[in-house]
Design a protein around this ligand. Sequence first.
Ligand SMILES: [Zn+2]
Length: 453
Amino acid sequence: MRLMPRLAAAAVFAVCAWLASPAAAQQAPPAALKAAAADSGLAYEIVAGLTTDVGARPAGTEADRRGRAWMLARLKSLGFANVRDEPFTLTAWIRNRESAEIVSPSPQRLVISGLGRSVGTPPDGIEAEVVRFADLDALRAAPDGSLAGKIAFIDGRRMTRSRLGADAGEGYPRRSRGAVEAARKGAVAALVRSVGSSAGRFAHTGGLRYADGVPRIPAAALAHADADQLARLIAAGRPVTVRLTMGATLHPGALSGNVIAEVPGGDLADEIVLLGAHLDSWDEGTGAVDDGAGVAIVTAAAKLIMDLPQRPRRTIRVVLFGSEELGLEGAVAYAKAHGGARHVIATEADFGAAPVWAIYSGVPEAMLPQIDRIAAELAPLGIERGHNRASGGEDLGPLKAAAQVPVVSLVQDGTHYFDLHHTPDDTLDKIDPAALRQNVQAFAIFAWMMANP
Ligand SMILES: [Zn+2]
């Protein structure tokens, strides 16, 4: 079917819409939509406004509340229908002041970033000798109790850059599990090498997970330069003592919400095409690339469709999830509230603002021709058809688990994503308006075609 000339295919399916079956192709996107998307500055305007007027948006904080209010007002002013904030509660985490320094043998400051959900230290900090492990497995192999009274330093390697950012998989376990494994060995705190590819002297934050029955010890990421420095000092053979001071606090029962807006469908209005992104961010930067860009891309794509003379047959629902970074609480709340709805397909923009270069799917076989047809429409944007094993995005996990919703990933170029990821460098100046526009074109074409079988 995708080999048919485009106009002929469009004509056949416009006439024979009643023949629609799962394998039937969709209508081709209108030229007016393509033209408007190619010319749209809306996404950049949204991410600039959100990150300037609000700044960082850590889940459950006052800034989160301001971010949702900003976005709700913007969605209403753009003319979306059913604009709402669906609240949920979570345990919020606030960093407060934090610092680390080598006390001996050569006093000097270390650049760190406390990990999300970490407990703080006593006000005067924790001062202890540091024991280095080459990686998380080396720490796991240490005898129980061998780190009593010590700080565990879980090293690793700096990420290498790649389009898929696949190397992050090497580092995530030490960040999320390092504190638990260190505590099991008796450690009083944990330091981990950042998960990231940047050359800048800043640490990449991110969430950790504690385990029931294991003491909750404070944990922070080290900038690569500081992890290198610590490793060299320890290799020199003299005991290295570090003082770690973290004022982090946890706030159970904090309020956040999923911000939702719709372009109402026509004859198939109860069928939903979900465009997702997450509105929360870490506190280190302004959450421009992660994930202000995604918020802007999906909002702009839906708005462009809303502005067409004909309404889509299916409903396009923009879901701006809350609290992706801390623990997917928004995604869980959405799946609980809406898992029973008819989601025809879902996608999430959450890998930065660089151009989309591939479309991956995670759909039943009967839907593959539809995705192939969309891929053919996306090809002129430099987008290639990829595999059918897509996850669709972190926030879609609970929905897929609840309702086997088919997903697509419009895969952004992640080569430089992990230079910025969860750092003070995640700011608006890293976003190229032209690349952002290419994303909007891709998401608009995808959404329109899925909404118009
Ligand atoms: Zn993200």
